[in-house]
Design a protein. Structure first.
Length: 596
């Protein structure tokens, strides 16, 4: 991406704030004109003072009047420039803040419509994605600030100064003008040589963010194995790579900065020498005051040159960091597909025909899977971890699309169903359910934002959460993040009750609950399952045996299927899993205790 391309992208987000742009540009023009006042005043003042000094007797009245006039003009100019710069910076910063807000909101809204495949792709891990968004928003909004607050005033002031220099003397103007392209060329070479280093630093910073996030998320495991030192060394290793890249990049930057400073000083010396020579040879219009005049004007020309390396560095950072953000904002290939079909009610008949599916990382999860999930029945998906059970659920809820094969719901291809409407009729309780920052009531109402407080209370009672919530100081207004893992699981189950869906998908719904809570929740789920299509994934044989039909998956294929008791009597893999589960629970000893 070039700087011109970056500016075109920026203008798309600046466009809604045209009035701020107009105000900022107008104030910039006024400020640039005021920046030339010192040079003009000094030119006239030096010549006037020189004339007064050549008189036999110094006319104090005229001298004091001249000094008073100079002081008044310069102080008045500074006062006006202060006011102009204040409002220019304020409106420019206001525009930056508003653009930053719009970018942050838009990128989050945009990624929410992406398919799940995007979030499971390599490079889109939560830490990396967060770093990409944060750095991108910061860099793009900073580019707005650089363009309207830093670059425009400097370069507009430089153009006006060059025009004044050419008006005074063409040769002096040419000398000043010749330095600028040389300086720009050096800056361009600097940017090209440092581009790869900047990109590597950006990727390294993403890796640092991802590692920090992994460390925080797995802090319990780290501490339980006493691996603090190892994780600290891992972080130090990643950080050292980024640090070395930063030092190498800074070294190149300082070399080019010194070279550009040397070029600037050459320009100043040439302007002084040429102007002095023109004064000495009595070129018309060239007076002693013109020496200071040209030096100060060249200072206004070289001011953007002095700032250019910093601004160009920041713009190149914005180029690198904003690429990832703009890729997110303009990406449309990952948008979730949706149809238009949405009947009045859902029966819940799923038919899966010869489905293959691979995750974005290349893992083959399902191979020629076919199954029929009857409406109003309980279907269990059984198998060891990694067999493909959760993948089937993800496909049924349209989180992913099949590689080949078809899935229909009530005889209509799943691709033709309105995705949002479909999910409104599917209740999903996962093994690990996210709890949002907010009250318990807000988290339960996530299942149905239009629900009343009475609905929330009813759902909490169905999930056997009500008594525990009421024991808290603030009841349903208590923070949901303060709940235990088992209580948070009950919140997720309460969400399903308050949603009251036609299709229920349960992925280890009681994995985080104790035995008594499991029994309570099982009773509640049994009540809500009546007349609904239920798909359950569980290693709990007590929940599996309740199923009307089971599919046993193994290495992404359907290995066994049928009524649980019949499949068990076949003596295959399901019997092995069932018996192993019974042994792990010490079922024989439990039976002996009960008999006693």
């Amino acid at each position: 991406m070039s700087i011109g391309c970056l500016l075109r992208h920026i203008m798309r987000y600046v466009k809604p704030y045209r009035w701020l742009v107009i105000i900022t540009l107008t104030l910039t023009l006024i400020g640039s004109l005021l920046a030339q006042v010192n040079a003009i005043v000094l030119d006239r003042a030096v010549d006037a003072i020189n004339i007064l000094d050549q008189q036999p007797t110094l006319p104090w009245d005229s001298a004091m009047g001249l000094l008073l006039l100079i002081s008044s003009v310069l102080l008045g100019k500074e006062l006006l420039a202060t006011v102009v710069n204040f409002f220019r910076r304020y409106y420019g910063e206001r525009m930056r803040i508003l653009v930053s807000r719009d970018l942050s909101v838009q990128v989050v809204k945009h990624i929410l419509i992406f398919r799940m495949a995007f979030f499971t792709s390599s490079g889109n891990e939560p830490g990396r994605l967060q770093a990409r968004i944060d750095k991108g928003v910061t860099s793009l909004s900073k580019a707005v600030n650089l363009f309207f607050i830093d670059i425009l005033p400097l370069f507009l002031s430089a153009v006006i100064a060059l025009v004044l220099m050419f008006a005074a003397n063409v040769y002096v103007g040419l000398v000043a003008l010749c330095i600028v392209p040389i300086y720009f060329y050096v800056t361009y070479v600097q940017a090209e040589r440092m581009r790869a280093g900047r990109r590597a630093i950006y990727e390294g910073q993403q890796a640092v963010s991802q590692n920090v996030l992994n460390t925080i998320e797995n802090i319990t495991v780290i501490k339980s194995f006493n691996r603090e030192k190892i994780e600290g060394q891992r972080q130090a290793y990643i950080q050292d790579i980024v640090t070395n890249l930063q030092l190498s990049t800074r070294k190149q930057s300082y070399f080019f900065t010194g070279l550009k400073g040397f070029l600037e000083q050459i320009g100043t010396v040439l302007v002084i020498i040429l102007t002095a020579y023109l004064v000495l040879v009595d070129v018309p219009g060239m007076t002693i005051g013109k020496i200071m005049y040209h030096v100060m004007l060249f200072n206004n020309v070289s001011a953007p040159i002095r700032q250019l390396h910093r601004i160009y560095d920041d713009l190149n950072d914005a180029l690198i960091y904003s690429e990832g953000l703009l890729d997110l904002l303009e990406r449309d290939t990952d948008e979730e597909s949706t149809g238009e079909y949405h009947p009045e009610d859902v029966k819940g008949l799923f038919e899966v025909q010869h489905v293959d599916f691979s995750y974005p990382n290349g893992t083959k999860a399902l191979k020629d899977v076919s199954m029929r999930i009857e409406p109003g029945k309980i279907t269990a998906l059984v198998g060891v971890s990694g067999a493909g059970k959760s993948t089937v659920v993800n496909l049924l809820d349209k989180f992913y699309e099949t590689d080949c094969g078809t899935i229909t719901l009530d005889g209509v291809p799943l691709a033709e169903w309105d995705t949002q409407w479909l999910r409104e009729h599917v209740g999903l309780v996962m093994q690990k359910n996210h709890i949002f920052d907010g009250s318990i009531e807000e988290n339960i109402k996530y299942g149905n934002p239009q629900a009343t407080h009475d609905d929330v209370v009813k759902a909490a009672k169905q999930a056997f959460l009500y008594d525990q919530v009421m024991a808290l100081p603030n009841g349903f207004e208590s923070s949901a993040l303060r709940l235990s893992g088992g209580q948070q699981q009950r919140v997720a189950i309460a969400r399903m009750f308050i949603k009251n869906p036609s299709i229920i998908i349960l992925d280890e719904p009681t994995a985080s609950l104790d035995a008594i809570a499991t029994e309570q929740i099982k009773a509640s789920i049994d009540a809500i399952k009546q007349g609904r299509t239920v798909i359950i994934i569980s290693h709990n044989i007590g929940q599996i045996v309740d199923a009307d039909y089971i599919y046993l998956l193994e290495q992404g294929r359907v290995a066994e299927q049928g009524v649980p008791a019949d499949v068990y009597r076949q003596g295959g893999r399901y019997k092995e899993i069932f018996d192993a589960s019974a042994r792990s629970m010490n079922a024989d000893k439990i039976a002996e205790v009960i008999d006693q």
